[in-house]
Design a protein around this ligand. Structure first.
Ligand SMILES: Nc1ncnc2c1ncn2[C@@H]1O[C@H](COP(=O)(O)OP(=O)(O)OP(=O)(O)O)[C@@H](O)[C@H]1O
Ligand SMILES: [Mg+2]
Length: 276
């Protein structure tokens, strides 16, 4: 099957030139002249590559690119931006919205195919190895910051094979365990930071949540629920005058594929594996 390139450019001349150039290189060219239908076209056609003009009459190309990259059905399709806007600011915006290449008009055929090759290589590497890497977030001990970090993490999950269900689980687990770090580890001292490490490798996403508190012994928490007796601890909490609850750890354990504390109990590791 020939590889397909979706060309979105309202300037008919440019669109035709792009089409004949890619056809000469054994690609199938699909031509569109407006932005409105791009999302639907991409979903339906699943092209191997998109050449996207930034100055469409009806829609902003940056916006289209961002939308494509935020959507898990379309985010692995490489996007090369084709534009007459050649200033660093626009290039930077292109990078920020996840474009895989940037081609400035007028361009030579050689430049076009360099950009196409680079974009396809990106896609192949992504498909064969997935992404591997690690990012750390140091979060002030306040729930609003934890929430913001959790939203940023959710953006990162979009670039992984995690299913929507798995993403929902992870978001909940990070709130529970980040909440524990703030409430119990740091006793709500906002000045202390919780370190959240996000790591991705070909099989899984790992999150590590570490606080600066003294830790605890997870094997001995009489005021927390356990799998064999989920409500027995409620009386203990009542006697100790601790707020209602005690379900966080039990809940979190059930929502990830691996869950363990370090020896001192101030760092918890959470793993979600990609489904085959
Ligand atoms: N990072 C931590 N540092 C110190 N103690 C912790 C830490 N995380 C949990 N704990 C202890 O473990 C107990 C159980 O935590 P768990 O999240 O299961 O329940 P909870 O936070 O008390 O209530 P809930 O999460 O249901 O609102 C906490 O009450 C606390 O005593
Ligand atoms: Mg908790």
């Amino acid at each position: 099957m020939p590889r397909t390139v979706l060309i979105v450019d309202d300037e008919r001349d440019v669109n035709d030139i792009l089409a004949s150039l890619v056809r000469a290189h054994d690609f199938e060219a699909i031509q569109r002249f407006e932005g409105a239908t791009v999302m639907d076209d991409v979903r339906a056609l699943q092209p191997d590559l998109i050449l996207l003009d930034l100055m469409l009459p009806d829609r902003d190309g940056f916006e289209i690119c961002e939308q494509l990259k935020r959507n898990r059905e379309t985010n692995l399709i490489p996007v090369v931006m084709v534009t007459s806007l050649n200033d660093p600011h626009h290039r930077l915006t292109g990078v920020r919205v996840g474009a895989n290449g940037y081609l400035t008009k007028p361009f030579t055929p050689h430049q076009l195919f360099e950009a196409i090759d680079a974009a396809l290589t990106w896609r192949d590497e992504h498909a064969s190895q997935g992404t591997t890497g690690e990012i750390n977030f140091d979060v002030r001990s306040e729930l609003t910051y934890l929430q913001q970090t959790n939203d940023m993490l959710a953006d990162l999950y979009l670039h992984t094979p995690l299913t929507e269900r798995q993403v929902k689980d992870l978001k909940q687990v990070v709130m529970e365990m980040g909440g524990n770090a703030i409430e119990w580890g740091h006793r709500k001292n906002a000045e202390l930071t919780v370190r959240i490490t996000y790591r991705i490798d070909p099989e899984k996403v790992t999150l590590i949540i570490k606080d600066q508190g003294p830790g605890f012994n997870p094997g001995q928490v009489p005021h927390a629920a356990s799998d064999d007796d989920p409500i027995g601890h409620l009386d203990v909490r009542n006697e100790l005058g601790i707020r209602e609850g005690g379900f966080g750890i039990m809940l979190a354990k059930g929502l990830v594929d691996d869950f363990h504390y370090n020896e001192s109990g101030n760092q918890v590791t959470l793993i979600k594996r990609f489904k085959q």
